[in-house]
Design a protein around this ligand. Structure first.
Ligand SMILES: Cc1cc2nc3c(=O)[nH]c(=O)nc-3n(C[C@H](O)[C@H](O)[C@H](O)COP(=O)(O)OP(=O)(O)OC[C@H]3O[C@@H](n4cnc5c(N)ncnc54)[C@H](O)[C@@H]3O)c2cc1C
Length: 337
């Protein structure tokens, strides 16, 4: 059981900034995110796009803003459970909460802050009847720990950044060539990555299957081979250890929608007159995931909401103490040992 002061669901920019604001009040945070890296929409959807409306930054790349937020949060030693979706919340007799993930990891804290943005990003799955049988038995939708795949015969499907980035990574590290399967011959990924995969194909480190798709999966208990249908060439069965269908992730409010929270238009209703608390005392919702009159889905607004939410969180966690706000210019940033 992971114990902390505040469980933050969602490691997007708003969840990350909440670590800093909580840290200034000596509160410890543990973040859960369904995707294997921090950054939310900024790393998942637009890491290379410049943002122009972050105070003090005339322009900053989305990916760089996340790096900065991680750096700012680092002194407060946050914990992370990444690549796992927060599935259930259980209120305890003492009004604290246990949040359990899709992988069964349990977290315990007096306060929960939902910074879930548009919801958890769920993989877009191909339509193959036997797919569920091979999930986590040879079929993976995300690469959580790349070292686990080294030395394996890997096939990747997809034409976006994620598919090409991992194809390049494994082609450079693995012993056998990586198979790259795509429905067309035009890739949506960054130009540099497209050039790189063509280069690796020439070196014999990537095998291309364009105008192709996987139509069948075979194996006793784990995946042993995939059937590839290629336009003009018919079907071919190839031996594999791992197949990574990387067709992107789509956001879904998901299990949070069943937690007894007041939901309006796929967002969580909060009290914006005070602290962004939900209808469940001790559970807050900040950033894109919440709604209230006049709500703007902007990073800047989420930062403000996080700052106010931790004030009430402090009172819940330390009802006997009084916190006096001091400017960071006065108190500095005293991290945790
Ligand atoms: C293309 C684009 C450009 C944009 N440009 C700007 C801009 O210029 N300026 C601006 O201010 N805003 C911009 N935005 C909006 C901005 O990205 C969002 O306001 C911001 O990402 C919200 O941050 P967040 O932390 O609330 O949520 P998110 O960034 O959505 O992060 C939420 C995280 O929560 C996780 N999560 C959700 N549910 C669960 C669960 N049950 N378990 C585990 N994890 C979960 C998700 O996996 C995700 O990582 C843009 C958005 C897009 C798509």
């Amino acid at each position: 059981m992971i114990k902390t002061d505040i469980i933050i669901i969602g490691a997007g920019p708003v969840g990350l900034f909440a670590i800093f604001e909580a840290g200034l009040m000596k509160l410890k945070c543990h973040l859960i995110d369904a995707i294997p890296q921090a950054g939310g929409q900024l790393t998942e959807i637009y890491p290379k796009k410049p943002i122009y409306d972050i105070p003090g930054y005339p322009t900053v790349l989305a990916g760089e803003l996340i790096d900065r937020l991680m750096e700012q949060a680092a002194p407060f030693k946050p914990g992370f459970t990444l690549g796992e979706r927060a599935d259930t919340i259980e209120k305890q007799e003492d009004d604290s909460f246990i949040v359990t993930t899709s992988e069964g990891t349990a977290h315990h804290a007096p306060v929960v802050m939902i910074a879930g943005g548009l919801g958890s990003f769920e993989p877009r799955k191909p339509k193959i009847d036997s797919l569920p049988r091979f999930e986590k038995n040879g079929v993976e939708y995300m690469v959580k720990e790349p070292e686990n795949f080294l030395g394996k015969k890997i096939f990747i499907s997809g034409g976006g950044d994620s598919a090409l980035d991992w194809a390049i990574y494994f082609a450079e590290k693995n012993v056998s060539p990586v198979g790259l399967i795509h429905r067309s011959d035009a890739f949506r990924a960054h130009k540099d990555s497209v050039e790189k995969v063509h280069q690796l194909e020439k070196e014999g480190k990537i095998e291309f299957y364009t105008h192709a798709e996987v139509v069948g999966l075979n194996g006793e208990n784990t995946l042993e081979s995939i059937e590839i249908k290629q336009k003009g060439k018919g079907n071919k069965t190839v031996a594999v250890d791992t197949w990574l269908p990387l067709f992107g992730l789509s956001p879904k409010l998901g299990p949070i929608g069943n937690w007894g929270l007041e939901i309006e238009k796929n967002a969580i209703k909060v009290d914006n007159t005070l602290d962004y608390q939900t209808n469940i005392p001790g559970v807050f919702a900040i950033g894109d995931v919440n709604t209230y009159p006049g709500k703007l889905k902007l990073i800047l607004c989420g930062f403000h909401e996080a700052t106010l939410a931790v004030q009430t969180a402090y009172k819940i966690i330390h009802p006997e103490k009084r916190f006096t706000l001091k400017y960071t210019t006065v108190q500095g940033v005293q991290g945790f040992d």
